[in-house]
Design a protein around this ligand. Structure first.
Ligand SMILES: Nc1ncnc2c1ncn2[C@@H]1O[C@H](COP(=O)(O)OP(=O)(O)OP(=O)(O)O)[C@@H](O)[C@H]1O
Length: 280
């Protein structure tokens, strides 16, 4: 089984050619998402005026402590969660005013990999029948590769095609989720804590795979994580969230080693992977 993915498009070198010639895959401008507190019933802003953009082929992360609004932001930015204000442009389309049908047409191009791979897969379907269903829904888009080759691309043996999710390890199940995303040839992959539910021993391999998928397909990656080691190993740029707001953005190297923001420095010191502690 080949371990490496073949290059299908020129790999982006981070803010390189692809980012210069192609429009951004995601533009978020002043996004507000209000939720209601489950106990008091009061509305509060889980996302409070966030602006960011993800260039074509770019890998960017949103980090922040638990409850800072990362997942709410990702869901709203991909049209899967509610928005209370602000503007989102996904793959060049403003979400406001976009018909359900048009949004559905965009879906395959935006793939989401969640924290819990077993929760993401339908327990009643074998890997093969799950892929068959995707192929039925997107016949032309998915015709570029067969099931066995697809599994090889995520370094899984085709023998696993007839297994059910409960017969897969967490790492295998997450690779299946990545394969399902890859099958759609997305332009944007959103990965929400993609390794935090996995055994430490397989986390690095799954991150390597995500990095390879991005580099070889030219898809942009928006990674949600609280783990700086994860972010630093995969992403070029990072946005730091606190209480619904982005308090700092920039290249990972700069933000992790020389942050201008006091909260970011505090957060970095308290986060897993804190060996890139701020210097100041
Ligand atoms: N559907 C909802 N209804 C009410 N409140 C919600 C809802 N979803 C999230 N929240 C609240 O919004 C805030 C932001 O949650 P969110 O899950 O976006 O944060 P997060 O940074 O992704 O956290 P974590 O890292 O723990 O997943 C939290 O206070 C959370 O309790």
């Amino acid at each position: 089984m080949s371990g490496m993915l073949e290059k299908e498009v020129p790999a982006d070198d981070g803010g390189g050619l692809l980012a210069q010639v192609a429009p951004p895959v995601l533009v978020v401008d002043g996004l507000i998402v209000e939720h209601r507190n489950g106990t008091t019933g009061e509305a509060f802003r889980a996302v409070d005026g966030v602006s960011l953009r993800v260039a074509a082929g770019e890998s960017t992360a949103v980090v922040g402590e638990s409850g800072s609004g990362k997942t709410t932001l990702a869901m709203a930015a991909t049209g899967l969660g509610p928005r209370s204000g602000g503007r989102v442009e996904l793959l060049g389309h403003a979400l406001d005013g976009l018909s359900r049908r048009r949004l559905r047409d965009l879906r395959p191009e935006v793939q989401i990999v969640f924290q819990d791979p077993h929760g993401s897969l339908d327990g009643r379907q074998s890997v093969r029948s799950g892929l068959r269903e995707l192929r039925r829904l997107q016949r032309e888009r998915t015709a570029w590769i067969d099931d066995a080759a697809l599994l090889e691309r995520v370094r899984l043996s085709p023998d696993l095609l007839d297994r059910y999710p409960h017969q897969l390890s967490g790492g295998q199940a997450q690779r299946v989720c990545i394969a399902r995303a890859l099958l759609m040839r997305p332009r944007l992959i959103v990965a929400d804590e993609p390794t935090s539910g996995l055994d430490v021993s397989v986390q690095a391999d799954v991150l390597d795979l995500l990095r390879e998928v991005r580099e070889t397909t030219g898809a942009a990656l928006l990674m949600i994580s609280h783990d700086l080691a994860v972010v630093r190993s995969v992403c070029e740029t990072v946005h730091v969230m606190r209480r619904g707001r982005v308090v700092e953005s920039g290249p990972c190297e700069t933000v992790f080693t020389d942050s201008a923001d006091a909260y970011t420095r505090e957060l970095i010191a308290a986060m897993p992977g804190a060996r890139w502690r701020a210097r100041r």
